[in-house]
Design a protein around this ligand. Structure first.
Ligand code: NI
Length: 383
């Protein structure tokens, strides 16, 4: 095992033992700062409360590209049984962001050794708050993306073995929008429903009708899911309540489908509510759009993976979301799935990553950064 590999494993384990939730990553940020300073890597001044940006500037002026890692953990009690399990009750790196952070630090260490040869600048984005979706927007709003021409990031992938990497152009992860529907009726005794307006019967029809949006309004060539995941109304068996609240989520891999769905939902719920005499209101929470990988940069990532000795596979897109997509709204980027031979899926209390993936992950991003700078610098520039 190389010294670098040992160091990255130690970093990853330190992060794993000390998980912090979204926007609370103060100790994590301090540790990353120390690890970067030890390697004489420049840290940028930003107004970010947590998370940080760093840069390695080559000898020659050139484009700036970014490597991004997310750094936050989840409110989950760890049950992995690992000797280096979380030391903080109720908090856990159950999505492997410790692995992402250590990988991108490793890429920074490798690129630091090649600083003189770099044909431009590599910015490292250690992003807070991926889990609650606010972190990427914080980075963008505080200028963290300014000047960057291409961005790369990853998620570990438990169902891909170590030594493989999932890379594809186009959609890789779904958009994540949320909604709340308030149904206002008129409460009454359950024995005399004709004296009121029943929001529960309205809700029942409305939930069923919402399912026709995907089956009747969305092309069979596209895909989307609309899930009502929460329903609240009433408190006892013989009173019809005055209101019911529903909450749910919409996922899709196509931005054009995503744009259509709120209008369909509004139309359906207003129609159903009118049928039963209830009032209805829709509250929309727009989350990240789909992760959409740029084709030219994807080819570059495939070349970098091959050079690193990783097997490139075509990944199955994930209906989970990623706020990396907010960066891709601004600039072209590629998000990859790194095989980590996990035994459990993301967010499971016994989630693990196989640390043998760590060194090659760092090497992949270092090679990719070099290639991206060279490509962007060349006369056949990508953009
Ligand atoms: Ni994650």
């Amino acid at each position: 095992m190389t010294t670098l590999e040992q160091k990255l494993i130690a970093i990853r384990r330190h992060l794993h033992q000390n998980p912090e939730l979204s926007n609370q990553e103060f100790e994590t940020t301090a540790a990353i700062r120390t690890w970067l300073e030890e390697a004489d890597i420049t840290i940028l001044d930003t107004p970010l409360q947590t998370g940080l940006l760093a840069e390695i500037q080559g000898e020659t002026d050139g484009p700036i590209i970014a490597l991004r890692a997310d750094i936050d953990a989840l409110p989950i009690q760890e049950e992995s049984g690992l000797p280096f399990a979380s030391t903080i009750p109720g908090k856990m790196h159950a999505c492997g962001h410790d692995f992402h952070t250590a990988s991108i630090l490793g890429a920074a260490y490798l690129l630091k050794q090649k600083q003189a040869e770099l044909r431009g600048t590599v910015r490292f984005i250690f992003q807070p708050a991926e889990e609650n979706g606010g972190g990427a927007l914080q980075v963008i709003e505080t200028g963290g993306l300014d000047g960057i021409q291409a961005i790369f990031g990853m998620h570990n992938k438990p169902d891909l073995p170590v030594g493989t990497i999932g890379i594809t152009s186009g959609a890789l992860m779904a958009s994540v929008d949320g909604f709340r529907i308030d149904i206002e009726g008129v409460g009454t005794h359950a024995a005399v429903p004709d004296n009121g307006i029943d929001p529960i019967v309205t809700a029942a029809h409305l939930i069923t009708a919402l399912q026709t949006i995907v089956s009747r309004n969305i092309s069979s060539l596209h895909n989307a899911v609309i899930s009502v995941a929460s329903i609240h109304g009433g408190s006892t068996w013989n009173v019809i309540p005055p209101s019911v609240t529903l909450e749910g989520t919409v996922r899709t891999f196509q931005e054009e489908v995503r744009q259509q769905i709120p209008g369909h939902i509004k139309r359906v719920i207003e129609g159903v509510a009118a049928t039963y005499g209830a009032n209805v209101s829709l509250h929309w929470h727009a989350g990240p759009p789909p992760v959409q990988n740029d084709e030219a940069l994807t080819n570059l990532a495939i070349q970098a993976a091959q050079k690193t000795g990783l097997d490139v596979v075509k990944p199955t897109p994930s209906p989970a979301g990623e706020d990396f997509a907010f960066y891709q709204e601004k600039i072209p980027g590629v998000f990859v799935f790194m095989g980590t031979s996990g035994t459990q899926e993301w967010h499971h209390p016994a989630f693990t990553v196989d640390e043998r993936a760590l060194l090659s992950s760092a090497q992949f991003f270092a090679v990719l950064a070099e290639k991206a700078l060279a490509k962007l610098t060349s006369s056949l520039g990508l953009l």
